[in-house]
Design a protein around this ligand. Sequence first.
Ligand SMILES: *Cc1c(COP(=O)(O)O)cnc(C)c1O
Length: 534
Amino acid sequence: MNPSADPVDAVPLDGAPTSAPSDVKPTSPGAVVDAAQAYLLANGSVDHYRQSLVDGVERVARRVAAVDRPFTGVTPDELAPLVGGIELDRPLGDHITALNELDELWLRDAVWFHHPRSLAHLNCPVAIPALLGEAMLTAVNPSLDTWDQSAGATFIERRLIEWTATRIGLGPTADGIFTSGGTQSNLHALLLAREEAVAHAVDADARAALLPRLRILTSSAGHFSVQKAAKLLGLAPDAVITVETDAARRMCPQALDRELERCQRADLPVMAVVATAGTTDFGTIDPLPELVGRCAAAGVWLHVDAAYGCGLLVSPTRRHLLDGIEQADSVTVDYHKSFFQPVSSSALLVRDRQVLRHATYHADYLNPARAVAERIPNQVDKSLQTTRRFDALKLWLTLRVMGPDAIGALFDEVCLRAVDAWALADADPRFEVAARSPLSTVVFRWCPAGTDAELADEANRHARAQLTASGAAMVAGTMVDGRAHLKFTLLNPATTSADVTLVLDLIAEHAGRYAHDHASEQSDRPADLSCSVA
Ligand SMILES: *Cc1c(COP(=O)(O)O)cnc(C)c1O
């Protein structure tokens, strides 16, 4: 790949004054400090601040405007030596030169999620009001742990938690906290569930005896962060029990009954059922109304992982797909997936605010117990983090500028795209489609009738690699029932059916060529390992 074949590189910035404070090399130690201090945001440096950000924004804007494919196809081997060769102890001294360097190292070969053929992961194009929020929150730099580090930001975060809890329908005792992502939200939820499950242990010995017996039930399509959380929470290696899914990749309620019963017989207390509203691999939603009753009857904590499906909370036409979520004990939402927010923006919501006390510790220097009595608000008592970003500001500005209906309309739009894309792939004899998603995921595989299944596996992997290498499109890969599949995660309303058709054609072309070139190697395989006639 040739880095210089790039129109943006050739365009100089319009004579922006750098106002870099270090044009003159400082001589005395005092002068060094003075020069360094000019880089800190303060009354006297606002011009430098303004210009730096404008220049940086200008670089990104030019890149975004010039993007004609989601990726350049750059390889790790090409980029690693460039980054590795930077002398970090030798600063460039001004931001324009640093931006030029950064352009080579990163921006030129970035992955662009706003491109209509960026179809791989759960990365959304980002709302501009949220970007405004991001720029503002980092400059003011409040930390949301205590009131004396955040002031009004505390109340903005609280209002958004309240708003989200109301959208979910969690009731008057609900509360929650912004987190770094779904992984942290799930960990936090399971910490609370674990503490509730061991609350009746009479002493430390009883608690220690209980911990390795605790079980978590989630479907085979649940997120791997549940496993990670179980490990961090000191549970047994086999603490997470996989509940079978039906043909639509939704947790099977009868299978949940069986597992609950089996755990009860074996005297293994189930500390939580984790239902998924929008599985990462299939975009499917567990049958929440059928799960809530079962969890209530068994006295088991129900956590709903809606990291992906949370966009339905503002959908004008699809909110009913989340029915039952209002009965959950805790809910994970990732605004950075389906609310068009930049990373990070996520939250954990709980039905009963009292349970948040399980993460409360007091430090004399920060949040002494006395402050609670004085009714000084703080958020650190509810959070796993201490110093914490004001991520809430991004969602706040998005809601205040665009409003929830606009976000919901965008999410509806990508769900509609998935309906179209699924129909296109389903009607195409070159492809097989997996479970249909009520959200915006399409899982499929290139496998024309009669193709050897293992050859098709390799052909699908090859096609994906070729798309990435050419930068023509980004699609994801996954395994379904032991077979290599491809996946579209459609989070860009700008993606059209024509884009989908084009990408399907490219996949078929790459995969077909690969299969043709490698067919002879597979000719001695048994016939039953081939793709079914569509
Ligand atoms: C993405 C995802 C997570 C993890 O969220 P992060 O924000 O990536 O940490 C958890 N659960 C589901 C269902 C997800 O799709």
